[in-house]
Design a protein around this ligand. Structure first.
Ligand SMILES: NC(=O)c1ccc[n+]([C@@H]2O[C@H](COP(=O)([O-])OP(=O)(O)OC[C@H]3O[C@@H](n4cnc5c(N)ncnc54)[C@H](O)[C@@H]3O)[C@@H](O)[C@H]2O)c1
Length: 274
């Protein structure tokens, strides 16, 4: 028995846009790992992505394991597409119970290195789209008797260093999620955010390359996380195991945030760590 048996899940950003790990055939990112794991737990999955071929790869991987999945193209910066992917999921599978907002991009840098149009695009893709998908999905979930949403934020919501627009949109996503969570708690719709730390995902392999050796020493657990570890945390929040959890944030970072103070102390006095 799976933890998501009989559920219908829409994974927005359910492709994986980047090269695979060496030795792996299929590239795995947070969105694709989540889609596959939702299916392994018994959900029927709609994988939505800007690139239809990436969404299809995800759906094919799920079907190859005997799961149920469909793929759909969308650009979540367009309101019409946010509505269409919800409608298409309901039309195909009969209802909508679960949604993961995984789309996230990183443009610009620090304050003076971020152009206005980059900031606008970040707002549209990283924040407005989650507002829109929830606007269309929540009424379907209440119709279905309840549901669960996980919005993928980032540790950058609470720690600086990843660029002003990324940090601002990922932080705002926490407020967006809390607002919907509280308003719809009595309708049985739970909304939570997940804050991944440094993850060896398709997005990172595409944008940065292999950063394992460089970043691992900073992380208390001594390594980057895997997309599967993000997916497991998301599936937990989607499942009834999290039935009393809403409006909150889950950091999945191998101790990175908790270890920041220790690192600062060691920087001051490497000999004693004090
Ligand atoms: N890897 C990390 O270290 C890390 C850390 C913190 C947070 N995150 C978050 O994880 C999420 C992405 O992880 P991933 O590994 O799945 O990355 P990914 O880039 O492989 O997957 C995201 C998918 O979203 C799609 N997409 C991009 N723009 C879109 C649009 N306008 N409309 C529809 N789809 C669009 C891409 O085509 C891609 O397939 C992001 O929200 C990112 O901010 C990642």
């Amino acid at each position: 028995m799976g933890r998501l048996d009989g559920k219908i899940a829409l994974i927005v950003g359910g492709g994986a846009d980047g090269p695979p790990n060496s030795g792996e055939k299929l590239s795995i990112g947070n969105g694709r790992a989540t889609a596959i794991m939702c299916a392994r737990e018994g959900a029927a999955v709609m994988a939505a992505d800007l690139k239809l071929d990436l969404a299809r790869e995800t759906a094919d991987a799920i079907r190859a394991e005997g799961g149920a999945a469909e793929a759909i193209a969308c650009d979540v910066s367009r309101e019409e597409d946010c509505r269409r992917i919800v409608d298409a999921t309901v039309r195909k599978f009969g209802r909508l119970n679960l949604m993961v907002n995984n789309v996230g991009i990183a443009l610009g840098g620090a304050l003076l290195r971020t152009a206005t149009d980059q900031f606008d695009k970040m707002y549209t893709v990283n924040l407005r789209s989650q507002f829109l998908t929830m606007r269309y999905a929540v009424p379907e979930m209440t119709k279905a008797g309840g549901g669960a949403i996980v919005n993928v934020s980032s540790l950058s919501a609470v720690i600086a260093g990843a660029g002003i627009a990324y940090e601002a949109t990922k932080a705002a996503l926490l407020g967006l999620s809390r607002s919907v969570a509280v308003r719809y708690a009595r309708d049985g719709v739970r909304v939570n955010t997940i804050l991944p730390g440094l993850i060896n995902s398709s997005m990172v392999r595409r944008e940065i390359g292999d950063r394992e050796a460089r970043v691992a020493p900073r992380i208390p657990m001594g390594r980057q996380g895997t997309p599967w570890e993000i997916a497991k945390a998301i599936v937990f929040l989607l499942s009834d195991d999290a039935s009393y959890i809403t409006g909150t944030e889950l950091i999945v970072d191998g101790g990175l945030r908790a270890g920041e103070g220790v690192r600062r102390r060691e920087d001051r006095n490497p000999a004693t760590g004090g």
